[in-house]
Design a binder for this molecule. Structure first.
Ligand code: ADP
Ligand code: MG
Length: 381
């Protein structure tokens, strides 16, 4: 892989790269739309990664080329980097340079060649993979000595302030901090994290990821509106964040809120609870028992938070009908991917059932693959 990347690097930038860094995409097992409410999440890293082959430049220029880009090199001056100046995909890696420099880290120019097998725009966090691989490369090239969580927060800042996407910390924390064979139980308020072992094979299970290949454009503005709705509800309840509302106080809190905010609050509060329940079950080795929690989480996203769509609902429904132990949409919503917890022997039946249901509904064929909890960002060469 490095030889091939080094050859492309040389063709694009001339000379040899210093090294190669990789950062994964992720699926979130449970805990959706909780990260910007100071809540809990439980993602795993995918085996799919974005690789950044890189070398320092001493002239303050940033040259970016992606195998998934438009075939041209984006050439920027670090001096001129401010939010809004880079409109293309290059805003993600450029934003990481900007965030590092703005935080006072002595980062200079670089040549980057990017390649990835994380599907983009599929709710699998290709954006965080790109940011975190870039951050890992710069951390080493400029000997910044930053920890994985520090790099993740700078990557999140790049996406929030440079690219302009108001995402929470989950995607970047997952891509930077996950470990092989474990889910990352993260408290997004304190950033306290625990790696919860998840050995699907030992339990006779597989995690099927179904990319519906749908991305509804309304997602972008809707995400910001949902986030604003959650923040408004917390303010009306006199709480720092919805994380601070206990399940026991939910009913009385809902009575004090305007009707349109109630389902949002109900989703966030019950979803935080589902994360804690999932972790409890995993700690007791009850992997199969996660199924119903996943499906309940999907119902909450569909009926209360209203971020699912016909394709994700159908994938969940068809997967469960074909024998999946549980299934839910993963990621921000309005399309993207669905995960299904499936007995090892049922993988083919479940993916066939989803494909056939999509065919009958007139939807484009989904792409399904199984995933195991994989490693976070790292140097690979
Ligand atoms: P997701 O993170 O779920 O994949 P996003 O919309 O957040 O979806 O990010 C997708 C965007 O990230 C792409 O449209 C592209 O601009 C950028 N991106 C991700 N991976 C790459 C890559 N390998 N090369 C170029 N751009 C990429
Ligand atoms: Mg993203």
């Amino acid at each position: 892989m490095i030889d091939e990347a080094a050859t492309t690097f040389e063709a694009v930038h001339g000379g040899r790269p210093t090294g190669m860094w990789a950062a994964p995409g992720r699926v979130n097992l449970i805990g959706e739309h909780t990260d910007y409410n100071d809540g809990f999440v439980l993602p795993i890293a995918l085996p799919h990664t974005t690789r950044v082959t890189a070398r320092r430049r001493e002239d303050g220029r940033l040259r970016l080329y992606s195998a998934q880009g438009d075939g041209t090199v984006t050439d920027l001056s670090l001096d001129g980097l401010t939010p809004g100046v880079v409109a293309s995909w290059a805003g993600y890696p450029a934003g990481v340079f900007w965030a590092l420099a703005e935080a006072g880290h002595p980062v200079g120019g670089a040549d980057l060649f990017i390649d990835s097998d994380v599907p983009a725009g599929a709710g699998l966090s290709s954006s965080a993979a790109l940011e975190c691989a870039t951050a890992a490369a710069l951390n080493d090239l400029y000997e910044l000595g930053l920890t994985a969580p520090e790099l993740a927060l700078l990557a999140q800042r790049a996406e929030n302030a440079f690219v302009g996407v108001p995402c929470g910390a989950m995607d970047q924390m997952a891509s930077a901090c996950c470990t092989d064979g474990a889910a990352l139980f993260l408290d997004t308020r304190t950033l306290e994290q625990r790696h919860v072992p998840l050995d699907l094979a030992a339990a006779g299970l597989r995690l099927l990821v179904i990319d519906t290949r749908v991305k509804h454009d309304l997602g972008d503005g809707a995400y910001a509106a949902l986030r604003a709705g959650c923040e408004r509800a917390a303010e009306l309840l006199g709480l720092p964040a919805l994380r601070d509302l206990a399940v026991a106080d939910l009913a009385s809190a809902l009575d004090r809120l305007p009707g349109e905010l109630r389902p949002l609050v109900r989703h966030v509060v019950t979803e935080n609870r589902r994360v804690l329940e999932t972790v409890e079950r995993l700690d007791r080795g009850g992997t199969a028992a996660l199924g119903p929690i996943l499906t309940a989480g999907h119902a909450s996203l569909r009926d209360d938070f209203r971020v699912s769509c016909a394709e994700t609902d159908l994938a969940v429904e068809a997967a469960v009908a074909a024998g999946a132990l549980g299934a839910r949409m993963t990621g921000g919503g309005f399309g993207g991917s669905v995960i299904a917890l499936v007995a090892a022997g049922d993988v083919t039946a479940v993916s066939d059932a989803v494909r056939s249901a999509f065919g009958s509904a007139g939807f484009a064929a989904p792409v399904a693959f199984t995933a195991v909890p994989s490693a976070g960002a790292r140097r690979v060469a």
